[in-house]
Design a protein around this ligand. Structure first.
Ligand code: ATP
Ligand code: MN
Length: 260
């Protein structure tokens, strides 16, 4: 397989030398071969033209800034390897979701591909339901291409960061809080999904817009713990705004009742 990949990469780079040469030019990362092939395939499909620098590196995935053929910004999420810890942590979201129960028995690279596809499908459902998420464009293997939230390669700050920097006042915070709750509501009623990992770390603030990100673990309402996850999501948000901003008047129980 290694040899075939070598031949394939060699063949493609000979065929498209001047076309692919700038694809990874500014990226210093070392990708494994299947990931390079996936990126080339996405380029051939017209999904992206150039991969620029890394934006953020999580434990299982990295986010890159990329350009499309028209020079527009893109965000590319590349799922790398799955640790034993990751497998354990995703099990609770998969168990009980008939769509995905079979995936934890997969080898690492396959698992990451399914996980990327799952995030893409969740993003699409949410986007179509009018939830404020980055617009999803393409997915292939372990690589997902979506709208870049930020400008000129600089990602927008997370909710956690704007609050830490003291960039929002009470009134603004109240507005953002309301928008987040509205998005949870839309996610529930119009996309049939519960985020499952919502917190100040998975909300971005850009040009007065609020974006919900990181939706790979979102579960459908038929998941037996969907409402437990929903309550936890609402509680995380209520707590953050209560402790960090002093929004005292919102009760997680009432908001939960309102949403469902
Ligand atoms: P972590 O473990 O750090 O939460 P993750 O694997 O869950 O990482 P995400 O939360 O989806 O991945 O993305 C990691 C970071 O990349 C985010 O905190 C955010 O700063 C940035 N990011 C994610 N999506 C985008 C996007 N569409 N545009 C710009 N930046 C993004
Ligand atoms: Mn995250």
């Amino acid at each position: 397989i290694e040899k075939r990949v070598d031949i394939e990469i060699g063949k493609r780079s000979r065929e498209r030398r001047h076309k692919d040469s700038d694809l990874l030019e500014t990226v210093e990362e070392v990708f494994d071969k299947p990931t390079i092939l996936a990126i080339i395939e996405l380029k051939n499909r017209g999904c992206l033209a150039e991969l620029k620098g890394v934006v953020a590196a999580g434990k299982e995935a990295r986010i890159y800034w990329a350009k499309n053929r028209n020079g527009g910004d893109l965000a590319v999420k590349i799922y790398l390897t799955s640790s034993a810890e990751f497998r354990k942590s995703i099990w609770k979201y998969i168990k009980g979701d008939p769509r995905y129960e079979w995936i934890t028995s997969l080898p690492s690279h396959k698992l990451m591909s399914v996980w990327a596809k799952k995030e893409f499908s969740n993003l699409r459902k949410m986007y179509e339901a009018g939830v404020s998420v980055p617009k999803p464009f393409c997915v292939y293997r372990n690589v997902l291409v979506m709208e870049f939230i930020g400008s000129e390669g600089v990602r927008a700050p997370l909710l956690k960061e704007v609050v830490e920097m003291g960039k929002i006042d009470y009134e603004m915070a109240q507005k953002i809080f309301g928008i987040i709750i509205k998005n949870i509501y839309k996610m529930y009623w119009f996309a049939g999904l519960v985020h499952g990992d919502l917190s100040e770390y998975n909300v971005m603030i850009h040009n007065d817009n609020v974006y919900i990100i990181d939706v790979s673990q979102a579960v459908s309402l038929s998941h037996p713990n969907a409402h437990v996850f929903l309550y936890r999501d609402v509680m995380n948000i209520v707590k953050f705004f209560r402790d960090e901003i002093g929004l005292e008047q919102y009760s997680a129980d009432k908001l939960f009742d309102y949403i469902v």
